[in-house]
Design a binder for this molecule. Structure first.
Ligand code: FES
Length: 260
């Protein structure tokens, strides 16, 4: 393992704190992966071996988990990791177009970084912000109601070192590695900055209040499911006799009459 002694010492101290939050060391694997990613920028062999050794599991087990979840990267990402949601709603609202134009603009594709190490791109699945579609994220902060032009300007501003503010949440961006450290469970104190939910997200709640709608009480009587049918009680409908028309509402030409 090639971590410098002071890095290793810091990792061990942080790992001890993370593991202390769980009943068993191996349960801490996900935040541990974020921790090593906060040091290396992606999941390296050193990071895998550190997690395995610290948690008492095999490198293969760590690798299996790290390759399952898309938030763990197997190659270096940029200082600003830019995600474009191309899931259904964002895609039809312009996410696909944003992705096409942004990849052409930057010259990089999914989970690839630009040569200057400033920007990497990712096609994201739904960010649970469909009411602001099409949505982008930078180091997991939201950029709402995007267009191809706004997306390209955002990337250009980040590369130029300009201050860029997310649409909601924290008032500024941290680096990719700092975001990974927050995900490892070391808050940067900014979780409650800014507006978490915009008017679009609160519209349903407002409507419910205006109309006096409430959620049903958990104690309210609900229709009971049907009693299960016993093995001997199964009664298939009798087959039709050949040449006999099917009764009921079978429409002329429908599939239902084809077996006569
Ligand atoms: S589809 Fe993009 S946030 Fe849900």
């Amino acid at each position: 393992m090639t971590y410098e002694p002071e890095v290793r010492e810091r990792l061990e101290r942080d790992a001890k704190e993370i593991i202390g939050r769980y009943p068993r060391p191996r349960s801490a694997l996900l935040p541990m992966l974020h921790l090593v990613q906060s040091v290396d920028g992606h999941i390296t062999q050193d990071g895998i071996e550190f997690c395995a050794e610290t948690l008492g599991i095999t490198p293969a087990q760590v690798t299996g988990v790290s390759t399952f979840y898309s938030q763990y990267k197997r190659a270096p990402m940029g200082e600003f990791h830019v995600g474009v949601c191309t899931n259904t709603l964002c895609a039809i609202m312009g996410g696909d177009q944003i992705w096409d134009e942004l990849t052409a603009h930057t010259g990089v594709g999914h989970d690839e970084a630009m040569p200057d190490g400033k920007i990497s791109l990712e096609r994201l699945e739904c960010n649970a912000a469909c009411d602001f579609a099409p949505v982008m994220m930078v180091n997991w902060e939201f950029f709402d109601n995007m267009t191809p032009e706004k997306a390209k300007r955002l990337v250009d501003d980040l590369r130029a070192g300009k201050d860029v503010a997310p649409s909601r949440g924290a008032g500024s961006l941290c680096s990719w590695k700092q975001a990974a450290r927050v995900l490892a469970g070391f808050p940067d104190g900014r979780a409650h900055e800014g507006v978490p939910a915009g008017p679009e997200s609160l519209r349903g709640l407002e409507l419910a209040r205006e109309r006096g709608w409430t959620a049903p009480s958990p104690d309210e009587d609900r229709e009971q499911p049907h009693e299960p049918v016993g093995a001997g009680e199964i009664t298939d409908p009798p087959p039709n006799e050949p040449g006999e028309p099917i009764g009921g509402d079978v429409k002329p030409g429908s599939q239902e009459g084809r077996n006569q």
